[in-house]
Design a protein around this ligand. Structure first.
Ligand SMILES: *Cc1c(COP(=O)(O)O)cnc(C)c1O
Length: 397
């Protein structure tokens, strides 16, 4: 059984802050500053360019990728780090579309994160081959999987509502129809058990700065099923995805397996931060994390519904259909969230009316949940949100 007091002690949590936004940006692991200092001074500072070999910088995207693989049910050697999630979505989609020459439809849903959909639009434009991005409601995805579809591209957990797709059922249905799947695990990796190999996902992608706590700008990851890894033709054919980067050949030849999904120079410092952050999984079990996330979410929903009748639950009521966040809706959601933040309870807001609360048991517990319920109750009961200063929209909401 995971010792959640020990996992909490792994993180720096600012005094007086109740942090319910780890689904957007995980907090700082206490070990990261020293790890970065060491990387900067002993590696960059002393080794200079020899660090690429001597400190293993060049191998890090695959080596640390293996640690992510372990968390998402992937075999070693099938995950690599680099770039941002938007880039990894583009790569996966470009590779999948190319493997389906006879089909023209990319199927996604209206619960997907806009960047994933925008990337699909951009790819379709670049290909100029008459592909269609078909966006259906989340509950209509299953029925829309037909043999007309080339690729099914979904995010398992909806960034706004926390609604969770049935990854196993949809993957099986897609496979039976000859449809390739791309699963975005941005709100899954580190939040709940994932089994990409078990469900037969063809591609998976995700970011590391949310539930994996690598810090702002941390690298994304990409998984390619072993059966496809030697077949995919990377659209972003950068030199570090080449079979022999230091042969400096004029023509591109894809690297071995997952290595070909690398593009350019890896973010070595951010990978070092991620490596240190992943140490928490040495003492945390993802199944325990999930069970506690469900219990804390239920406590939060029950508390808010008992005390804040003006808020409407925006997440599925059944925990099995929810990820690790809870959404409540209110027309003045933005101002309410600003008032909450002013009281030290940090969640976030997603237009048009959603208050979002990340439930992250590695470092929050019952006390934080109860404190958030209390602050919400106070803000609503006293209309504390109804102040001009809480209605000014910042650049990041
Ligand atoms: C957070 C998130 C992103 C963000 O992409 P970046 O390129 O890392 O900014 C993309 N897709 C989904 C589903 C997300 O949740």
């Amino acid at each position: 059984m995971t010792d959640f007091a020990a996992t909490r002690a792994f993180f720096h949590l600012p005094e007086g802050i109740t942090y319910l936004d780890g689904n957007s940006l995980g907090p700082l692991p206490k070990s990261v500053p020293a790890r970065l200092e060491e990387m900067l001074r002993a590696e960059w500072g002393e080794m200079l360019i020899t660090g690429w070999n001597a400190a293993g910088w060049m191998a890090a995207p695959a080596r640390i990728g293996d640690r992510i693989a372990h968390l998402i049910g992937a075999a070693p050697g099938t995950v690599v780090l680099g770039d941002t999630l938007s880039i990894k979505v583009y790569q996966a989609l470009a590779a999948a579309v190319k493997m389906q020459p006879g089909r023209r439809v990319i199927l996604s849903d209206s619960g997907n994160f806009p960047s994933d959909l925008y990337m699909a639009e951009g790819l379709i434009g670049a290909l100029g081959a008459g592909h269609e991005l078909r966006i259906v409601a989340p509950q209509e995805v299953s029925a829309a999987i037909t043999d007309e579809i080339a690729v099914l591209m979904l995010t398992e957990v909806d960034y706004r509502t926390g609604r969770r797709h049935d990854m196993a059922a949809l993957s099986a249905k897609a496979r039976a129809a000859g449809v390739l799947t791309i699963w975005d695990l941005a709100h899954s990796a580190g939040a709940l058990p994932v089994d990409v190999a078990g469900v037969g996902a063809d591609f998976a992608v995700g970011c590391t700065y949310k539930y994996l706590n690598s810090g702002p700008g941390g690298p994304a990851f990409i998984y390619v099923a072993p059966e496809h890894a030697e077949r995919v033709r990377p659209a972003l054919s950068g030199w570090l995805g080449h079979a022999a980067p230091f042969a400096f050949e004029e023509r591109y030849r894809p690297g071995t397996g997952i290595e070909r999904m690398r593009v350019g120079t890896p973010p070595v410092m951010q990978i070092a931060a991620l490596d240190a952050a992943l140490e928490v999984w040495g003492i945390a079990d993802i199944h325990d994390v999930r069970a506690r996330s469900v219990a804390l979410s239920e406590r939060f929903i029950a508390g808010v519904e008992a005390r804040c009748p003006d808020l409407t639950l925006g997440s599925p009521r059944d925990a099995a259909h929810r990820g690790s966040q809870v959404a409540f809706r209110h027309p003045e959601g933005y101002a309410i969230m600003q008032a909450l933040i002013a009281r030290g309870v940090i969640g976030d807001f997603r237009a048009p009316d959603t208050l979002r609360f990340g439930i992250t048991p590695l470092y929050i517990g019952e006390a934080e949940i109860d404190r958030a319920v209390e602050a919400l109750d106070e803000v609503l009961a006293t209309r504390a949100w109804d102040m001009a200063e809480y209605k000014i929209r910042a650049r990041v909401t």
